[in-house]
Design a protein around this ligand. Sequence first.
Ligand SMILES: [Zn+2]
Length: 445
Amino acid sequence: MNRIRPFPVAAWLAAISLTVACASAVRTPAPGPVSPIVPVAFGLRVAEQYRVAAITTRRFTHETFWRAVEPSISSGALRSEEVGRSLQGRPIRSVTFGTGGTTVLLWSQMHGDEATATMALADVFRFLAEASTDPVRERMRARLTIVFVPMLNPDGAELFQRESATGIDINRDARQLATPEARTLKSLRDRIRPDFGFNLHDQSARVLAGPRGRQVAIALLAPPFGVDRGYDDVRSRARLVASVIARTLGGEIPGRIARYDDTFNPRAFGDLMQQWGTSTVLIESGALPDDPEKQRLRALNVAALLAALDAIASGSYAGADPNAYESLPGNRGGASDVLVLGGQLVLPGMPATRADIALVYDDALARTGAKVRDVGDLREAVAIDTVDAAGLFLHPQQASLTVENGGVWLRIGAAAAIDLRRGADAASELVRTVGTPGESPTPNR
Ligand SMILES: [Zn+2]
């Protein structure tokens, strides 16, 4: 799998020092695009070095999170305050770093089961709280006031569900502001009037980059502020920041970054933040192979956020190429998890039937609880993984079959464990098995 590549620290630090020296020599408070964008390796190194070890999986509670970040919060470099309470009374806290003139607001986990960015923020806090001198940290401290609201939906996080305790999707409550969580975010925005915003989410693992692309690890959006999806200065700045992130992560997860659908949603926070004048970027963490707890995505979030924040601090975002964002493939949902193409389906005692089979997992990240989604001519279907079964015979295992009144059925929705064999004979050579053999149809996850 992908590993952190060696990174020419000296060369890059030299570039930063040079930039800082030039900037201070001419005393321009907000220089143009003269600073380099921090490379992904810097953020990945921070993610590794400052990883908060108390958080190791994507499901954790409000209490666990705040206990884990307490050492960073109490360091003196960060300022924390309660900005609201959830419906069930859990404190919603902001964490602020820096005293600069440009204000940035980041909020995570307004959907309670979307915790990747919250994990990343724990690591970012630890990096920001560190006492040693780091040019990126110092530049952000001097030029930005960064206000983080991690885990905006603590009641949802408690049960690891998307919605708030009322069942309301907080990201469809930006217009009505019926929930205390949405009101908290709106009143904080109105108080600090951020120049930039980051709306941090997780998206389905079953999304491809383009019609037949790879599984999306990160999707980006500079949300529209109206139905015509036009660009004013506010949205244009957001697009430049999104371009910085696309460029930063591009070499690390090639083909796995997509652009989120930009249909205007009059109830969503990203869209209304843009309308309210905050240049807002949506970051959606999707999935990566062999990363069921999203720990690698957590590190990529750290890298994306540090690159974006530093580009805002230095002003270098203004020199980004908007095409780095515009040229991203669109998010394409609806994929199955596994598609078995080209085989012959064999039910016991029946002649073989030419059939493709699509499977979905109950848990697309852990890849457990496979179910039959579709059977037949599926040549136009898309999936995260496609298995070429040309010349092979598909033998559903017993657990996949319904046997009743002397008949045998393969039913849609059945637990999927399918043996791919060389012949129609159930005793012929086994090539591989797809699905999850031996699992109960609905695993307790
Ligand atoms: Zn979400």
